[in-house]
Design a protein. Structure first.
Length: 213
């Protein structure tokens, strides 16, 4: 399933790139990690994950993103591919990538948390709709839900669910987005069964936001 997890990383990079949008009084940062607790002061967010989930090293992130970008190139047009590569270079920040391994060390599930700086003010729904519309161009997508609203830790996220045919295996990916100032906070869950989805939903439920952020 390496190709699909890489695809999840690259797919996030499809949103429209642009100049840095400033948010007065707040300085963007990629956050810090202390054991199994991730903290980001820009988003006012604290996120705890189980020790069974492993943090993906920076070099492996790059390898998987490159693999995902290659897969995208097999299923989308050249113009969309160029937009993804441009976003990778200029606007998207991989904050945290977590992997769940199976009994034989095969990849079972993935949670990606990323941020993208926005070219202009927009809502969470508008941001995710851009990605949703571009995802329609991927020929490996076999099912795509509408963009809906879902609350995580009292924050309204725009979400959609898609199913991807990965060499005969149907892999599901759930996208979440929340816009804060000049950045979108995006979360992608990649899984193959309901048990994995339930576990990841429970993990995301541990996200806490500092009051006033």
């Amino acid at each position: 399933m390496n190709r699909v997890f890489g695809w999840a990383i690259a797919a996030l990079l499809l949103a429209t790139p642009g100049a840095l949008a400033q948010n007065a009084g707040k300085q963007f940062n990629v956050g810090t990690l202390n054991g199994t607790t991730y903290t980001n002061s820009y988003f006012g967010m604290t996120f705890k994950f189980p020790a069974a989930w492993k943090l993906l090293a920076d070099q492996k992130k790059k390898e998987m993103a490159d693999s995902g970008a290659k897969k995208l190139g097999e299923n989308i047009d050249a113009e969309t591919q160029r937009a993804a590569e441009e976003a990778l270079r200029t606007t998207t920040f991989n904050l945290l990538t977590l992997i769940k391994y199976g009994p034989t060390q095969q990849l079972e599930a993935n949670i990606l948390i990323a941020a993208e700086r926005l070219p202009e003010a927009m809502t969470s729904d508008a941001y995710l709709t851009i990605l949703h519309d571009l995802t329609k161009k991927d020929r490996s997508v076999v099912d795509l839900s509408d963009v809906k609203s879902e609350t995580i830790s009292k924050r309204p996220y725009a979400v959609f669910l898609q199913k991807v045919n990965n060499g005969g295996t149907i892999v599901q990916q759930k996208y979440h987005a929340y816009v804060d100032g000049g950045y979108a906070l995006a979360i992608i869950m990649t899984f193959t069964n309901d048990s994995q989805r339930t576990e990841m939903t429970r993990i995301l439920g541990s996200i806490q936001f500092r009051p006033g952020t």
